[in-house]
Structures are given as structure tokens and as C-alpha cells.
Design a binder for this molecule. Structure first.
Ligand code: GTP
Ligand code: MG
Length: 428
């Protein structure tokens, strides 16, 4: 079964907690802190796999989970890292969280961390300082990222076959490639896309055959609508028309209209037009039908017979050339973009500067602190533990946040809020 849309829940592993522990040694009453760090939670990694052709495995919204990190223990032993969870998806899968595209896996073997495992919390061995010899504080592990993701497959083929049902698309694919799609003498034989690999001279073409289109396909008529998305990312369109049709020009225009309605840009995609099944008619008919088509299109026109293998290689050659031209143009465009960038000076903050930045704002009587780094520390703080909160206060002092709070009028018992957690400026 072919499935090209799916929803999944992803839940990366939480980081393990840091440990509070003190060295036990003979003759030493109380040793220094030796609580180990928690291990990192496992990531959720998506991998594009050319052996996977559909999202069918994700049909029933499975939960994709990776392992939690282990907790730290005494004697500075760090917790075990949680294993990552690797998810194989077809090449051409787009992964979204709400409307944001997290990844678009366009090449076999490409992989992307879609949900990050949480970092492990520090054990108390980290928190020894001259003023705090026996820190009874450790961090809790950071939570792993958790959300619902939408997977959408948009095939990445070189050539997309379009045409009315029964035009001979699947037959063409079966003759020129390794694919063995179902073929029959009725409309809507093909129910889901087929992919085939065709070799011609030195090139290899990946060809996608989709179900036949009919008038109104872009509005959901027939089967084609749901599959038009698989044409969006093909380099070249091969438009097949049955030579036995009594209105080839009309057929051509109707299919073009549906492509345009689905996405106006498709109309400008390089296209090759073929009249199919020419073994079934006399040459004069073929010539007449070709002329009809010439009146409505400037695209190259071929007349072929898949069953007699007539002109199929010529079509493949023309396709290979058109695909090559598209790819060369793409590369040139990308180069062009780079040279444009050269002219404009871009001033950007380093990631560290961005992370270190913070802001103090007053919301009624509450002082709200925001900023990537301080929020990260806050989410790792155990607010049930006074030592944990004291450590967060230390970090705020180091980053200059305490100074700003005092400047803005905060006093010892003022309420500070970071990431929804509230505490007083100083220990009460
Ligand atoms: N004589 C002749 N018949 C052909 C040729 N190509 C296809 N056919 C016949 O046309 C009919 C339809 O072929 P398919 O390849 O299934 O057509 P399709 O465009 O894939 O159709 P859908 O999947 O329904 O969209 C079948 O009966 C084929 O045998 C050809 O070159 N010559
Ligand atoms: Mg078919």
C-alpha cells in the first residue's frame, strides 16, 4: 500500500539526573562531592532510505521514542547515554512541526536530527566552589523534545508521467525501466504512483508514473488529485496522449489546465509530448494527430509504440537531455545566488552572543527574565531544592542579571520568573 501523508508523535529521550554524593574514604569524615552527571537522552533521527517507497509504516500515528539517559551515580560515574532512534523514510519526505519544515530529505542516506534528546544534569561534583565546599545540589536532566510531526512524501523523480487514464503511461514505464506496474485496458488501473529506473546511454533516469488525470483532477475528481504533488518536484514532464483519441489537442489542453490549477508553476516545467500506441493506427493518422498537437504546443512531440518498442529510446534520450539542462540551470542559479550574497555585507551575532543575551522585564510586580542560556539553566534546575535555586542565582550573578534586577528595583523578596518558574531574588 502506498501512503504519502502520515502523522507521528516523536519523543526524544530525557537527560538523566545528576547525582548528589560525597566521597567516602577511610579516616576522612566527609569527602568532597563526587556525584556524576546524568547521561544525554537519545535523539530521534530521520534517515532517507532509497529502499523505502511509502510512509505506510506510519499510518496509525505511531510513537517514535528514543531512550532516556541514565542518572549519574556516586564516585563520579556518569549516567549512560540513551540510544538514538533512527527512522527510515523514503527519499523525498518532508518533516514538519506545525507549519515549520524541520527537514526535507532529498538524497538517499541523508539524515537529520528531528527531535533532540535532553542533556544530562550535572552532578554535584561540578558545584564545588570556595564558598560552597559541600554542595548538596545536582541538576535534573533536561527534557527531550516531544511533539507531533507531519510527514509528507513528495517523490523526487527526474521525469513525471502525466496523461488521461489508459493513455499508456504504465506500459511506457514497464518497457523503458525496471518497474513492473499493473497494466490493463481500463481507466484507473494505476492506483498509486510507481517508480522506475531507466538507463539510456550514460544517464539514468528516475521516472514516476502516477494515476491517470481527468478533468477536475485538481479539485479532487478521479484519483489524480492526491498524486499531483508527486509531479511537483520532477524535473521534466512527459505528457502521454493516446493516438486513438478523437481530440488529441483537447486532451492535451485539459491535462495542462489541471496541472496549472494544481500549481501554476507546473505549466512552465520542461515538457515532452508523446502520442502513444502508434502500432494501432496507420501512419497518416499519426501524422494528422501530430499536426493537431503542433497547433497547441511548442514542446517537442514524439510518436511512440511501447508494445513495439518504437521510438521509446529516442524519447528517453530527449528526456535525459532535458533533465540535464534543468540540473545545469539549477546549479547556475545556485552559483548566481552566492555571488549576489557577496555584495551585501551581513552582520550577524555569533551563536554564543545570541545564547548569552538576556532580558529583564517587569510584569506587574514580577521580574521576568528571558534568554536562551539562562532559560536552559532554569529548565535544568530542581526548584524543589534550595541549593539548586541558589546555584541558578549564582549563574544569574555571573551573567550580570542580578545587577540588572537590582537596578530595576528588585529586592531580596521580589519574585523572579524564568520559564514559568518563580522564586525570590535571594534565599528567604
Ligand atoms: N497497441 C498498443 N496498446 C498499448 C500500448 N501502450 C499501452 N497500450 C494498452 O493501453 C491500455 C492502457 O495502458 P496502461 O499502461 O495501463 O495505461 P495508463 O495510462 O497507465 O492507465 P491508468 O493507469 O489507468 O492511468 C492497456 O490495455 C495497454 O496494453 C501500445 O504501445 N500499443
Ligand atoms: Mg497506469
Amino acid at each position: 500500500m502506498f501512503v504519502d501523508i502520515a502523522k507521528v508523535s516523536v519523543a526524544a529521550g530525557d537527560g538523566g539526573n545528576g547525582a548528589v554524593s560525597f566521597r567516602h574514604e577511610k579516616y576522612i569524615d566527609k569527602g568532597g562531592p563526587d556525584g556524576g552527571d546524568g547521561g544525554k537522552g537519545g535523539d530521534i533521527i530521520f534517515v532517507a532510505d532509497s529502499n523505502v517507497n511509502t510512509l505506510v509504516d506510519f499510518r496509525y500515528k505511531p510513537e517514535l521514542k528514543s531512550e532516556h539517559g541514565g542518572s549519574g551515580t556516586e564516585r563520579n560515574k556518569h549516567g549512560r547515554s540513551g540510544a538514538a532512534f533512527r527512522v527510515n523514510v523514503p527519499v523525498g519526505t518532508i518533516i514538519r512541526r506545525d507549519d515549520e519544515v524541520l527537514a526535507d530529505l532529498t538524497e538517499a542516506g541523508q539524515e537529520v536530527v528531528v527531535a533532540k534528546g535532553g542533556n544530562g544534569g550535572f552532578g554535584n561534583a561540578h558545584f564545588k566552589s570556595s564558598t560552597r565546599q559541600a554542595p548538596r545540589v545536582a541538576e535534573v536532566g533536561e527534557k527531550g523534545e516531544k511533539f507531533e510531526a507531519t510527514l509528507e512524501l513528495k517523490l523526487l523523480a527526474d521525469v513525471g508521467l502525466v496523461g488521461f487514464p489508459n493513455a499508456g503511461k504504465s506500459t511506457f514505464l514497464s518497457v523503458v525501466s525496471n518497474a513492473r506496474p499493473e497494466i490493463a485496458d481500463y481507466a484507473f488501473t494505476t492506483l498509486t504512483p510507481n517508480l522506475g529506473v531507466a538507463d539510456v546511454d550514460e544517464s539514468t533516469l528516475l521516472i514516476a508514473d502516477i494515476p491517470g488525470l481527468i478533468e477536475g483532477a485538481s479539485e479532487g475528481k478521479g484519483l489524480g488529485a492526491a498524486f499531483l504533488r508527486h509531479i511537483e518536484r520532477t524535473s521534466v514532464i512527459l505528457h502521454l496522449i493516446d493516438v486513438l483519441s478523437d481530440n488529441v489537442a483537447g486532451d492535451y489542453k485539459k491535462i495542462r489546465k489541471e496541472l496549472e490549477k494544481h500549481s501554476p508553476e507546473l505549466i512552465n516545467r520542461p515538457e515532452i509530448v508523446v502520442l502513444t500506441k502508434i502500432d494501432a493506427v496507420d501512419d497518416e493518422i499519426v501524422a494528422m494527430q501530430s499536426t493537431e498537437l503542433q497547433n497547441v504546443t511548442e514542446s517537442p512531440i514524439f510518436a511512440i509504440s511501447s508494445s513495439a518498442h518504437k521510438n521509446t529510446t529516442e524519447v528517453l534520450r530527449a528526456l535525459a537531455e532535458a533533465v540535464k539542462a534543468v540540473k545545469t540551470q539549477k546549479e547556475l542559479d545556485e552559483l548566481g545566488d552566492d555571488s549576489k550574497k557577496d555584495g551585501i555585507p551581513v552582520i550577524s551575532l555569533s551563536q554564543k552572543q545570541i545564547d548569552d543575551a538576556w532580558l529583564v522585564e517587569k510584569d506587574d510586580e514580577i521580574y521576568v527574565v528571558t534568554g536562551s542560556k539562562i532559560e536552559k539553566f532554569a529548565t535544568r534546575t530542581d526548584f524543589g531544592n534550595v541549593h539548586g535555586v541558589n546555584r541558578l542565582r549564582d549563574i544569574m550573578r555571573k551573567l550580570g542579571i542580578m545587577h540588572e534586577l537590582e537596578r530595576k528595583g528588585a529586592r531580596g523578596d521580589s519574585i523572579i520568573r524564568i520559564c514559568g518558574h518563580e522564586f525570590t531574588l535571594l534565599e528567604q
